[in-house]
Design a protein around this ligand. Sequence first.
Ligand code: 5AD
Ligand code: SF4
Length: 476
Amino acid sequence: MSAPKYHLTSYGCQMNKLDSELVESRLRQRGYVAATSEADADVVLLNTCSVRQHAEDRVWSKLGTLRVRKRGQPGLVVGVLGCMAQEHQRYLLSRMPHVDLVVGPSAFGDIDQKVDAARAQNARIAAEREPARTKHEVAGAGVVAVGDGVSGDRIVRDVRVRPHRSQAYVSVMRGCNMPCTYCIVPTTRGDEVSRPLADLVEEAQRLCDDGVTEITLLGQTVNAYGRDLKGEHATLARLLRALHEIPALRRLAFITSHPNFLNQELIDTLAELPKLARYLHLPAQSGSNVVLKAMRRGYTVERYLARLEQLREKAPDIELHSDFIVGYPGETAAEFERTVDLVQQVGFAQSYVFKYSPRPGTLAAELADDVPEAEKERRNAVLLAAQEAITARQLGALVGQTLEVLGEGESKVDGRLSGRTVHHRLVHFDSRDAGVVGQYVPVRITAALGHSLVGERLADDAAEAGAHDRVEVQPS
Ligand code: 5AD
Ligand code: SF4
């Protein structure tokens, strides 16, 4: 019998992508192979996101399609993994009989066994030729693990399974303890749990032994890392310093930071360690104190700016990335304008802008979602335009410079390769040599596009000269 084939689609954040890598690694170890397409798969898994309604809608619609497909293929295993499994377990189990697996984000460690069990169960049902029965009518059917399952973090990672040879994500903590009123993450991912520092160093070392040179640490509030680890004195700054010692590591980044935990220790570390990427994802969410207070973000605009001042004093080359929510309940047009002011004042390198989306079960969902959709749309467009103008100025200023780029793969711009600078700027560059994937190469920037740069790879003998170029871009 040929090996069973799986197809896994990941929605949402980087954390989900990393979880998906772990799921794939478990399945492959158990003999499953990746299907060339979803239509060709025996097992279809959706690793889902609940952060906004739009992300959920995509999954509901996909589940509708799979319901139809399963009528003709009763042995097909359909699995809903991740945040929606956590959030909608009851609905999925009671109303979606074609869903065989419902597995929350903290229960991925033995996913291979869960998939096996679901396959065996479907094979039984198919053999009985009773596809109309729901899992509740079948004793022991339905594989559900939303909460206390085997967390992926407790399983030793197979570092060989990863999409990029030279780049890897490492999850340093799960969950979130912050009280942001709009956010579903603390519900779906639970309380903050940091992994022991020594385990992280060991995992990073094994990744680097296997060819990784760039690591990005992941956590919902990554700079709060360690505060739940009693007696270990583990902080993000200490973790960064420990990882920095790994000789083969060349770049080290971390996402996402919370403004309240950007302390002097971390700022000093950012200033001192040469391998640290020169960007910081520090979501402000709003530029209005009224809205920040309503969101329970725990800081004012003035405090956010004061922290940035401290950061720029020590590490002026760090570029800032932010997230913003527009149309939060009660946000007036004047309050929204304060957000535009903040974007302009800080000169972020990049901003993700989201229209407020009520998430059932959050505190904000109790409030009237009173900013009309058309007005949310308008604010979204205004803020994006403000950000794009800043990005265009910053990218334009890089034309003519030589930047060190880590080659990542084929570019969307035809016939080129793409990669990123130490500031996380995307560069499409000409090179006949696909061997530069995974290499750090000097690229002379020739043009700026809306969100990225275009350049030419310089000759190899320029490589050493370019290798340590650090171009300082002062946000305008
Ligand atoms: N509506 C809109 N955007 C949201 N985010 C989180 N929750 C919501 C919501 N209910 C945004 C925040 C967060 C990013 C990951 O998603 O900006 O930083
Ligand atoms: Fe959500 Fe706030 Fe936690 Fe970020 S810090 S994951 S926005 S609750």
